[in-house]
Design a binder for this molecule. Sequence first.
Ligand code: FES
Length: 96
Amino acid sequence: MADGGGDNAAGDLAFGGFVVKNQGKLDVFAINCSHLGCSVALNKDAKSFDCPCHGSRFHLDGTVLRGPAAAPLSHLTWKQGADAQTIEVDGLTLGF
Ligand code: FES
């Protein structure tokens, strides 16, 4: 993880994540809930990330929508790939 908050800290491992593209801005979030680290899931209907463990919810920009989490989702380190349609997230090349 590039940053942290709550149960997450910079440098922690994440075993998944989400790429959110909003008005041309990319955010890449670790899947780890900032409360106690459970894996959040995308709620397509509500446009939020929801944690099944204790009910925290996050906006698509990673900020807290509902606790008990008090910190936003953590970001993963990423950079632009070889072309405009790819990014590299911690060594993995992802295409759009
Ligand atoms: S671990 Fe997600 S709400 Fe507790």
